[in-house]
Write a protein that binds this ligand. Sequence first.
Ligand SMILES: [Zn+2]
Length: 339
Amino acid sequence: MSFPSSNLTALPEQIPLSQERPFQAIRFTSPLPGPHILVTAAVHGNETAGTFAMTRIIKQIEDGDITLQGGGLTLIPVTNPKAYRLQRRAGDRNLNRRLAPVDHPQQYEDYVANWLCPILAEHDGLLDLHSFQSGDMPFALFGPQNNQDALEPFTQAAIEETIVQRLGCSRFVYGWLDTYAKGIKRRAKEVESGRFDARQVDIDSAYGVGTTEYMRAKGGWAITLECGQHDDIAGREVAYQAIINTLILTGLIAGPTPQPAKDPQILGLFDVFDRFHAGDSFAKPWKSFDKIAKGELIGTRADGNTIEAEQDCLIVFPNMKSQPGQEWFYLAREGGRLS
Ligand SMILES: [Zn+2]
């Protein structure tokens, strides 16, 4: 089975929904009991490392080279077919934000959500495979500690922590949704003070809900793996090994028990800064995971105010192209979990 894309971009951007490739999930179910695991790829259409890895695994299962010992495995090689056809991040909008079923679907991703969300809810765990624009090594994102807070109540931290350390990468990031929500609160204050127009910016923390947050809200565990740079074919092997390791660790397939990463870098996101003005500028062309020393200049606002690091930290997801009222960069610090 292959997922050709060479003849797809010739189509115009907007085609009738009936002509978009249908949604496709490939399910393998053992006669024996066990957990049901979902693996997704191309949630962002130009992130296809996992798509290729799944093609390989589907063939291995069909050929009998991989056997399921119990439970079920669902593979979605192309989660966002329109974005995949257009070889870009989104069709009409980012599928990985404000993910929830929609009563009156309008944008393409609303239709994806209405198909995908029930599938997520049927599974015990999710491995969501992505890739990045620029960066040096694969990294995985995992969820909060067990908690009963309103934002992201959770009971599955132990299994996430066990699996995430054994996917094959050695950089791990947590703290996404609570940091995002902190930024949203701050943004709402800026709206109140008149800096942003409420109609132009997002001030709902539900906007931070993507595949993994939705999965956790439905009682499952969920890990995002950023397999490498978009066009680096090494990312396909990273994705393949991560799927295999997840299936071994959850007992779906047999194999040597994957070991935890030897020199893990564990990073907790703790702060996020919005861009206020198109004239806000970075002190350097920052890349994700660049280290910043306490007191170092990160950027300068258009009004001349400077932002310095209040502690030793790393910058994550710096976005030179973000619009005023959107996230400009995140900060993370080392340690805190997985120890
Ligand atoms: Zn992505």
